[in-house]
Unconditional design. Structure first.
Length: 234
């Protein structure tokens, strides 16, 4: 059966709620009369919350537990430019410290969020969705470049797949999802916007992603889909 939680009362939690896409998710949930509560988590809204500090992630999850359980948890965190350094165009540009920072913010932090926030999911039909990227697909990589970001997103996808298999042993109706939001008008995409024929507005991307989430059926492991609901090869 398709996911039907959007047709019944539900609660949602958005991590990265102050970003362009996270904020659009918050607005979409708040506009849905079926959503009885939206929990917002971000560095600007949640004192002490730091993606690079595992203890703060655990503490924030405990704060959010009081308003749960949640049928939807959306992790809209991530970074493309780190410490002023954007994606590498050539192997010669790869720097160890930037590579490690990319893995920390785009792979390690998300799995720590999953570790501590997944226990807040409701039993039965539920979704844990994390913003990923098409460039994280190994089979889709035909252009090269973007070493750190590509590799971190590929690692993220593997972490989501591995966690999904484990978590579904307790809840077979859980969907763990790697989401490709498209290229969205935001601070993250701004340095690269001139090369993109059509930038999506955050609300447009989120509407597509929510529609995609609603259509997903339970399966073993994680889903990897874009904002149009199309499957992406790992």
């Amino acid at each position: 059966m398709p996911l039907t939680m959007l047709d019944t009362d539900y609660k949602a939690l958005v991590i990265g709620a102050s970003g362009a896409i996270g904020g659009a998710f918050v607005a979409a949930f708040q506009a849905d009369p079926r959503c009885t509560h939206v929990e917002l988590v971000s560095r600007s809204l949640s004192p002490g919350f730091d993606l690079l500090n595992a203890a703060s992630i655990e503490a924030q999850a405990e704060v959010c537990r009081a308003s749960g359980p949640y049928q939807f948890i959306i992790d809209a965190t991530g970074a493309l430019t780190i410490d002023g350094v954007g994606p590498e165009k050539a192997l010669a540009s790869v720097r160890e410290e930037v590579l490690m920072a990319n893995f920390h913010i785009n792979a390690v932090a998300p799995v720590m969020l999953l570790k501590h926030f997944a226990p807040l999911l409701a039993a039965g039909p539920s979704v844990y969705a994390k913003l990923s990227a098409r460039v994280g697909s190994i089979s889709d990589n035909t252009k090269g470049g973007w070493y750190g970001y590509r590799a971190a997103k590929a690692a993220l996808n593997m972490l989501l797949q591995t966690a999904a298999i484990e978590l579904q042993r307790k809840n077979a109706e859980l969907r763990v999802v790697a989401l490709q939001p498209g290229t969205v008008r935001s601070n993250l995409s701004k340095p690269f916007a001139s090369s993109v024929p059509h930038l999506l507005e955050p609300a447009e991307s989120v509407a597509g992603m929510l529609s995609a989430l609603k259509s997903l059926t339970p399966k073993s492991g994680a889903h990897y889909v874009d904002y149009k609901g199309k499957l992406i090869a790992w």
